[in-house]
Design a protein. Sequence first.
Length: 249
Amino acid sequence: MTRTFWVGGNWKMNGTIASIKDLVSQFNAGSSPSDVEVVIGAPYVYIPLLADTLRKDWAVAGENCYVMPNGAFTGEISPEMLADVGAKWVILGHSERRTILKESDGFTAEKTVKALESGLKVVLCVGELLEERQAGTTQAVVNRQLDAVIKVVKESDWANIVVAYEPVWAIGTGKVATPAQAQEVHAAIRKYLETSVSPKVAEEIRIAYGGSVGAKNCKEISQQPDVDGFLVGGASLKPEFLEIISATQ
């Protein structure tokens, strides 16, 4: 089957009202292939601005959410709140939250369930540290991260999940997994979902690559048979992002 190519931007903790207005004007004026789904993840405080001004053929994502709809959880944002201000997606399990903020596989899985229940679609991030790759445990790490979610979501939920494989050693470092390295892990993820969930889910799930994706390397990586898109960091804060979303053209 043909899986719709998916490209997400992850602005992380970056942006100002002025810079976002300028970037959005460039994005809105640019060309966006009709056969590519595009999502921009922004800091909470800028989601309403982005939802109001960004082109309507692109969607907006939150970069995280909590597991409760409301309550005494100072500083947290619920998936319902994200949806209320215009987000359609949420990024969960990003390596920066797993490593810096020590969020566990189980907590990420719990968030995934709550986000899906609230009507958001989920970008589920998985990936290994440099020492884990060097130790040869990449797939064991990724399978462990996937297992936590597999245990708690329904098979039908996977239609609303994009898996983003991010080799942590390649995020923001300028180091990039080779197309062959990316394909190897993506194919293994698909095979694992085939045996752990179902052949249907494995065939239909979109697996995006994230790890210093830019205009210079996106075309070659996009040609790999199990790479169905990108989760883009720094380059999504630049007009260069328009080139990345056209990688398959």
